[in-house]
Design a binder for this molecule. Structure first.
Ligand code: NAD
Length: 217
């Protein structure tokens, strides 16, 4: 599935969860367009990819579509993750309350600083990163989150791959290289700000009363 489609599916899921929590039973692609700023034709095309076609004049069954997309994105099962780098960002992530409502569980926290190893962070003991491959045989995590400085990011990625991790979310401003069987995504916070900086000038001429235009469409 192309990456932009995947990103849109994740937005559809969020919208459908909201509708389901409000007790809404059906939704049309036009109503979803209004909520998300994604063209209804695009929504119908994305959903038809999974054999989901709304009923003419009625739309999609919210709960059915929610269940189907949850299954497609493999969010119907627990996903175990470990964090490498128990610093500012790693500590903030491990304490994030939003995980409780998601299928993601942080099951391990690793660092290479002997002053930190053995300390408790929330309910997790910080462990030696060099023991990650061995420890993960028991933890069985499939996702690795990298929150180390840029110069240590590749080393962290290599250890995660050695530990059998299948997907990596990298917060360090360094483009990690991983083997083909491992998925990796980089969250480049400064790059996102650079893109927003471009939009500030581009959108300057628009009236504040105009319809909202999502910039990440
Ligand atoms: P930090 O210095 O507070 O924490 C980094 C941690 O990584 C430390 O605990 C350190 O001991 C550990 N570490 C260093 N080398 C290691 C290695 N080889 N193996 C295992 N652990 C190792 O830094 P931070 O502010 O948490 O930022 C972490 C990363 O996230 C950086 O790359 C930073 O650029 C990026 N980032 C941070 C923020 C933020 O708000 N703090 C925002 C966006 C991106």
């Amino acid at each position: 599935m192309p990456e932009p489609t995947l990103a849109r599916l994740s937005r559809y899921l969020r919208c459908l969860r909201e509708l389901a929590s409000q007790g809404v039973k059906t939704v049309s692609s036009a109503q979803m367009e209004q909520k998300l700023g994604v063209l209804s034709a695009q929504i119908r095309k994305d959903l038809s990819y999974f054999g989901e076609f709304g009923k003419p004049g009625i739309g999609y069954d919210v709960q059915h579509l929610l269940d189907r997309l949850t299954e497609v994105m493999q969010l119907d099962r627990e996903q175990r993750a470990v964090i490498v780098g128990a610093g500012n960002l790693g500590s903030a992530l491990v304490g994030y309350p939003g995980f409780a409502k998601s299928p993601f569980r942080i099951v391990g926290m690793f660092d290479n600083n002997f002053g930190k190893i053995g300390r408790m962070l929330w309910n997790l003991e910080i462990q030696d990163v060099h023991q990650l491959p061995e420890i993960n045989r028991e933890l069985q995590a499939t996702i690795g989150i990298i929150t180390v400085p840029a110069e240590a990011a590749q080393e962290a990625a290599d250890l995660l791959v050695k530990a059998g991790i299948r997907a990596i979310l990298n917060f360090a401003p360094f483009h990690i290289i991983v083997p083909p069987h491992v998925a990796a995504r980089n969250v480049d916070f400064l790059r996102e700000l650079e893109i927003l900086s471009y939009h500030i000038d581009r959108l300057q001429g628009l009236s504040p009363d105009a319809d909202p235009v999502p910039v990440d469409k």
